[in-house]
Design a protein. Sequence first.
Length: 267
Amino acid sequence: MTVEVSSARFTTSDGVRLHVLEAGPQHAGPVIAFVPGWSMPAAVWRAQLGALGATHRVAALDPRGQGESEIPPGGYSIDRRADDVREFVARYPRVVLVGWSLGALESLHYVHRHGAAALEALVLVDSSVGEDPPPAPGGKFQAALKQDRRAAIAEFVRDMFRTPREKPELAALTEAALRMPLEASLALFPRAYPREHWRSVARGFTRPLLYVVTVQFAAQAEALQRHRPATRVSVFEDAGHALFADAPERFNRLLADFVGDLAASPR
């Protein structure tokens, strides 16, 4: 079955035009809303839009400066980006929010700033949530961006995947990441909040929570589940950071089952 993916746009409260990819039937079930990671476009979720869009309403956001969204001069703080997520979520009556990497932190910060009332559930994909052990510092990558940005991003994109990817796909993702000005891309790293902030929000989230990780965050997933037993955890041992692209069938099945289980659970 071929799923038609369409484009939509909306204007944020600070006047920025953001682009969204949408697919799937209009029905009473929740919209599965995807937020990509640092510098990545909404199209990185194409395997989810195509497969899940056959049975679910799905939407993927191009955050400001990314994909086909406008590149404004400002607004690259975690606070403003969380507000953008709120305005994205507000387009739909019921939402399961899926955030990957930086998008997971922006989703958690959205919950911190605006609460969880608009969400049916939250899915965090391969991102630190402030549990131990902490991830490796990102200073070397930021220094590499300043020294040779194209080379650093090309390496970053290659390293997202464990499975072989076609050169045109890697090139397209590299060019997409280069759309955003360097200083804006550096401003995206959420330095303003300590690690404990993300841990507090994740542990305090009161709706269903699915945490999907590779082995780099498996210990954090175990810790979160220990402190928040209701957390559902899945570890993708043989996938790269973009695990939903490396193992799309497994990820899509996991997400579909998670969403399906929501109907049987009291809100």
